[in-house]
Design a binder for this molecule. Structure first.
Ligand SMILES: C[S@@+](CC[C@H](N)C(=O)[O-])C[C@H]1O[C@@H](n2cnc3c(N)ncnc32)[C@H](O)[C@@H]1O
Length: 328
């Protein structure tokens, strides 16, 4: 098996599609990792062999396998500038995640993703808010990003909704635009208690709703700007929130969310940016991703004492979604 695996990797490197097909036909393992920790798909992607990439994917090669340095075939294609291979892998990733998502939703109907986190202790310190496991809930390096999100959702003034207070960075920035009303939904008891202690309950235009957004939809109205940034939730929760957006956002209103999906891998992040774009466009929103460089605000010292480095990319893509439908 090992011998065929090595031969498959070599044939993939050489772009020898006939040899690859013959080896697959005789049972070679398409998900084999060679002694460098690379799969045949990674080799083909790295060298830009688009047809070979398609053949390997059709034979069941995993699009999302990772090398020992945490790179996928798509990362290799991106890094080497092989556009056609990149697009083939991107489509494979989107298709696979759409199918897996549908299966997961069918089996997961009544689960509550962040029940444990909401019962857990959190602690605030200089520059960060962490859970009891030292995982960062929110960090000060995100301040310029939060300011950019606030600017986007407040561009039309009016009534603003923010879901997830955290360190209050985005809410502080929203206040600079003096919205008519500023509604904040926050589910964690200690975060909520700190909001009250620091005077958020006394601001004239602020309405705080304590609880999970899922349990408080009936208290919400419709808004000119909405921002969504929760913790301990997953893509599925974001997706579920998006199903409510057509009711929550006024025509012409702006919606944005913290775009941290798969922030540890550049190619997976691109796959998820596309998935969310597709889904929002299907719901009647236009979607733009504005690139913001973040490399310079992210030195190694930023992550000291934090368990999981949730962001490792040089660019942040700020989503700006506009509701295009006319009101009837
Ligand atoms: C990443 S922080 C938000 C950071 C915030 N954008 C800022 O600028 O500081 C996420 C917040 O969402 C809250 N949260 C988590 N799940 C929630 C839910 N289902 N409904 C409402 N708030 C939630 C968390 O308690 C936490 O305070």
């Amino acid at each position: 098996m090992e011998k065929e695996g090595e031969q498959l990797c070599e044939a993939a490197r050489n772009g020898d599609i006939d040899k690859v097909k013959a080896l697959i036909g005789s049972g070679a393992d398409v998900s084999y990792f060679d002694s460098d920790g690379l799969t045949p798909l990674m080799h083909a992607a790295k060298l830009g062999h688009a047809n070979l990439v398609k053949t390997l994917l059709e034979a069941g090669a995993p699009w999302n396998a990772l090398s020992s340095s945490n790179l996928s075939a798509g990362d290799f294609a991106m890094d080497s500038g092989h556009q056609e291979v990149f697009e083939v892998l991107l489509n494979a990733g989107i298709q696979a995640e759409l199918i897996l998502g549908t299966i997961a939703r069918a089996g997961n109907k009544n689960s509550n993703s962040n029940g444990d986190y909401l019962e857990d202790r959190v602690s605030f310190s200089e520059g960060k808010l962490v859970d009891s496991d030292s995982k960062a809930i929110m960090m000060a390096w995100e301040k310029p990003l939060m300011e950019a999100h606030a600017k986007a959702i407040c561009s039309g003034g009016g009534h603003i909704l923010n879901i997830g207070f955290g360190m209050g960075l985005v809410d502080t920035a929203i206040q600079q635009y003096s919205p008519v009303t500023h509604t904040i939904l926050e589910a964690h008891p200690e975060v909520y208690e700190r909001m009250l202690r620091t005077g958020w309950g006394e601001k004239n235009n602020v309405k705080i709703i304590f609880g999970r957004w899922q349990d408080n939809l009936s208290q919400l109205e419709s808004y000119d700007g909405i921002f969504f940034d929760t913790y301990g939730e997953y893509y599925e929760d974001l997706r579920e929130f998006h199903q409510h957006l057509p009711k929550l956002l006024k025509p012409g209103g702006i919606y944005s969310y913290f775009n941290g999906l798969c922030g540890g891998n550049a190619f997976f992040h691109v796959v998820y940016c596309h998935l969310v774009s597709l889904e929002l466009e299907n719901l009647g929103f236009s979607m733009q991703l504005i690139p913001l460089p973040v490399k310079n605000c992210l030195g190694e010292e930023v992550w000291e004492g934090v368990k999981h480095k949730y962001w490792q990319l040089d660019t942040y893509y700020l989503p700006v979604c506009q509701f295009l439908q006319d009101s009837e």
